[in-house]
Design a protein. Structure first.
Length: 218
């Protein structure tokens, strides 16, 4: 069997980017934006890189060289381009870049690090939104809004002026013995809310994105 090799081999695991199958990505380490709070107490962070892998020609693209106290978020594919966040703790900025391999990254917008919640800071679609999520869901770009949500709810996407969440439900759990009962049942619901957090609809189903970018309810 013939094994294909990328032009640069580093031993990193390549992750898929839903919406297309040509380009994968890898990070040089697992540090995320929230981890930088602890790194700052230790004197700073060595920095990380984000790499894009082309399955068509075996090429590897790195839009930026490694810089101290600079790291990257998970990329997404929307509108025929890749999008990712760069956190630069030297300048105190979170920057959204639009990118396609072998081209110069285009800076779209910048946010002050002190103005955002770094916990679960990421990009979601179907349009390109910069959001964070803890007990409160917050959108920073392109529209600013926030609302409280259930502890069992997680935001999946924003489309058509609606926020789509997945809510997980556990029935028949024995809290005293910390175990399942014979009536145990786990399932998910798809929850739609407006930008103020008002409930628009709620239905049985697990919301998932397929590799080709389409969304399915199972």
């Amino acid at each position: 069997m013939e094994l294909n090799r990328f032009e640069v081999v580093t031993g990193r695991y390549i992750e898929e980017i839903p919406g297309q199958s040509r380009i994968g990505y890898a990070m040089s380490d697992a540090t995320d934006f929230y981890d930088m709070i602890e790194w700052s107490k230790k004197g700073g962070y060595q920095g990380s890189t984000i790499s894009f892998y082309d399955y068509n020609n075996g090429k590897v693209y790195e839009p930026f060289q490694k810089q101290r106290n600079v790291l990257y978020g998970t990329p997404i594919y929307l509108k025929k381009s890749f999008w990712f966040l760069q956190g630069d703790y030297n300048s105190g900025k979170i920057t959204l870049f639009k990118y396609y391999p072998n081209q110069i990254p285009e800076m779209i917008t910048q946010l002050n690090i002190e103005d955002v919640d770094l916990y679960n800071l990421r990009i979601i679609g179907e349009d390109v939104y910069i959001v964070s999520e803890d007990d409160e869901f917050v959108s920073y770009y392109p529209k600013s809004f926030r609302f409280s949500k259930g502890v069992n709810e997680g935001v999946s996407m924003i489309a058509d002026q609606k926020v789509y969440l997945s809510a997980w439900v556990e029935e028949g759990w024995d809290d005293e013995n910390d175990c399942e009962t014979e009536e145990y049942n786990y399932y998910e619901k798809v929850v739609e809310r407006d930008f103020k957090g008002n409930l628009l609809s709620e239905t049985l189903g697990s919301l998932q994105q397929h590799a080709d970018g389409t969304w399915w309810i199972a």
